[in-house]
Ligand binder design. Structure first.
Ligand SMILES: [Mg+2]
Length: 349
């Protein structure tokens, strides 16, 4: 029997470009856990912090009152209770993201109480270290992309991911960073099927490790699978699935070589082991999606270290002069790798 939960509170980091939504959980002994969830979708008209409001409201107004007094050790029982409580809102999207934020906070709390890394509670160690790639911002021109890619390599990364949809930019960056750095390309769902095939052919000589979400992926598993069979590169997707069932359908349709579930969208660490097993069964790389420097990055590091299929860890890498508003430091890279964390909870070294 664990200690009853005393409070669940959201905290918004109201950054204009990279807002974050934290979830702070305390128990009756004053122990504290910090989670994080999806920050929503930025619109040009958004005020700083406003994209997080729907998810924050789901936590503050619906979920938090139902958590008070619950045994803090019973993460799976509380998760089932919260899913049951919210099913009439629909189980995916705002609901699953809100539950994920609480789930991450509870894993942090329980690991903090025991003084161990969350990975140790999650399962046996599968990796001592994993390579990290720098996930660059959408920059839109070759010169800026080359500058940031070189900055990332100088910072110790052995992989760089572009968010660009033009072949000339990809080829220019490959030339700038040389042949030995892994180069991933995220199309952020901006192409149609024919454009995706053309782009894949145009960047063939750049030696791209994977092409990510070339087309709008939502309920498009069959189209993704056909595209995967057509192009030479690995196809990556999964960040826009909001449930384990959705990720299973993606895998079973043969749509991906690289599975990229977002832990703060599909429900949190409590579902992570099941996804890890699914990735192994389907013989795909598991490379969780993340664009935050906070507990959701921590959750991905701890999860990946226990997942045999894990291949790369995504670390957001902003342009010079920009930074995340929170107080977290970048993970330490040794030869381009992040090591199994020694920090208690969801922290990293
Ligand atoms: Mg992506």
């Amino acid at each position: 029997m664990g200690v009853p939960l005393a409070s669940i509170e959201t905290q918004t980091i109201a950054d204009a470009n990279n807002p974050q939504l934290l979830v702070v959980v305390t128990d009756n002994n004053g122990n504290l856990g910090v989670g994080e969830t999806w920050w929503g979708t930025y619109q040009p008209t958004s005020q700083p912090g406003s994209p997080v409001k729907p998810i924050a409201s789901m936590i503050d107004d619906v979920l938090a009152p139902a958590c008070i007094g619950w045994d803090g050790d019973d993460i799976s029982g509380l998760g089932a209770h919260l899913h049951r409580l919210t099913y009439q809102y629909g189980p995916e999207g705002v609901t699953s993201a809100a539950i994920a934020g609480i789930d991450l906070a509870l894993w942090d709390l329980q690991a903090q109480i025991r003084g161990v890394p969350a990975a140790q509670l999650l399962g046996p160690r599968a990796h001592d270290r994993l390579p990290a790639y720098a996930s660059l911002d959408w920059l839109g021109n070759a010169a800026a992309a080359c500058v940031d890619a070189k900055r990332a390599v100088d910072a110790g990364f052995i992989g760089v991911k572009l968010h660009e949809a033009e072949a000339e930019i990809v080829l220019a960056v490959r030339k700038a960073i040389g042949p030995d750095i892994a180069l991933m390309v995220d199309l952020s769902a901006r192409l149609d099927d024919a454009e995706a095939v053309t782009l894949a052919e145009s960047v063939q000589r750049a030696g791209v490790t994977w092409l990510e979400e070339p087309i709008f992926p939502y309920r498009a598993h069959g189209r993704l699978a056909r595209l995967r069979a057509t192009i030479q590169q690995r196809l990556a997707a999964g960040e826009n699935e909001f449930s384990v069932a959705g990720i299973r359908r993606l895998l079973e349709s043969g749509a991906v070589d690289v599975l990229q579930p977002d832990i703060v969208k599909f429900g949190g660490l409590s579902a992570a082991n099941e996804l890890g097993r699914m990735a192994l069964e389907h013989q795909v790389w598991l490379c969780p999606h993340n664009f935050s420097l906070g507990p959701s990055l921590g959750a991905n590091i701890h999860w990946s270290m226990t997942a045999g299929a894990a291949a790369w860890i995504e670390v957001p890498f902003l342009s010079a002069g920009q930074r995340f508003a929170g107080s977290w430091d970048m993970p330490t890279l040794v030869d381009g790798y992040i090591h199994y964390p020694t920090t208690a909870g969801l922290g990293w070294d």
